[in-house]
Design a protein around this ligand. Sequence first.
Ligand code: SAH
Length: 455
Amino acid sequence: MKITAPVEKNEMYDVKIIDLTYQGMGVAKINDFSIFIEDTLPGEEATIKVIKINKNFGFGKLVKLITKSKDRVESVDKDYTRTGIAPLQHLKYDAQLKFKQSQIQELFNKAKMNVEVLPTIGMDKPSHYRNKAQIPVKKINGKLETGFYRKHSHDLVPIEDFYIQDPEIDKAIVVVRDILRKYHVAPYDEINHSGVIRNIMVRRGHYSHEMMIGLITRTKKLPMVDMITSEIAKALPEVKSIMQNINLTDGNALMGKKTICLYGSSHIEDQLLGLKFYISLTSFYQVNPTQTEKLYSLAVEKAQLDGKQNVIDAYCGIGTISLAMAKKAKKVYGVEIVKDAIEDAKINAQKNHINNAKFVTGKAEEQMEKWQSQGLKSDVIVVDPPRKGLASSFIESAVKVAPKRIVYVSCNPSTLVRDARRLSEYGYEINQPIQPVDQFPQTVHIESVTVFEKK
Ligand code: SAH
């Protein structure tokens, strides 16, 4: 049976917004047909124009607000919504924190799992927090520009103040942009697969103020490289490292395989919870330093260590959580798929004089099976997987190791719920409330800590 939508493209309607999706879009119903509208909030009435219709739902554009939510922030910069830099900027911060809490709660309710979710731990100043930027470079009207892509497109919107990034990083991007302009470096043109500079990446240590500049190029050679690097280093005294990453491909992958050091060291250093960390261009490092300290402290606390336990840190990155736990554990075992990150983790252990942490490169699901078949006993397993969550084979081997508790740091509530269901089949239950920590204010991303305990 063909279902026809009760609306047509370009029609205008007055609607009431009844919900907010996990992507931060307002939801209205027209004869039971869902319409998603950017920049609208629950409780608001709005005039909208239908802009797209799919089989079971459609999209609308806000034309005029008839009534406004008390949770609305009035003065926003539309570019941050258009580009997806800050899709929740129009929602007051308190309401953002509640939104994130209820997103997790609703998913568990839907899965018929009786779990409590605590109020989200937020930031005092929820902007300018990111310690890392990845900025595309494009030619617009003959000029090299830096900014952000309009959502679902590769149209660059020139931006100088990125709102959620460390302002020193924003300044550095403008400095690098101007130097690239001065030396006539050609921006990458993805249609013709020509040009040189694709992206600029900047990292800045929250405590150390050490800065790394990454220039991602399509070509092996960066013309005028010596002039460019020495001018960047002169203009930005915090710069301790300038790296070039060569991405020869014509796809969307940000980085290529080869990275070279153009200036200074190939690492910068920063601190978390008083521990020193070595960070390279390609390794994963949490982007919100203040909130990360809250998140890791919580994970350590929830692990309930007293110096006698063996801990496994799966998906360990450069060993941040592992080293935060090492002081309170007998031994920590970390596994991570990126080889460079494991090399950094080993250096980090040495730098912090930690001798009871062991790191291996590998897939968590494969290494877990190896550890299990070698008879490794672990009291606590910490997992901090990417958005896709845990592999089912990981869960199978993890439960055979039979830890007393599993501390799950999640950046995606829907895979968390899926994994919680699988873990409960093996007798691992959630006995204490889940704690969300806002790692990404103004965006829809939701991070949380959950503890599973063996029955
Ligand atoms: N706990 C670290 C890293 C968390 S991010 C921190 O907080 O800094 C998730 C990490 O999992 C990334 O470093 C990624 O490279 C790694 N990863 C992704 N898939 C993996 C897999 N199958 N096995 C092991 N590590 C994986």
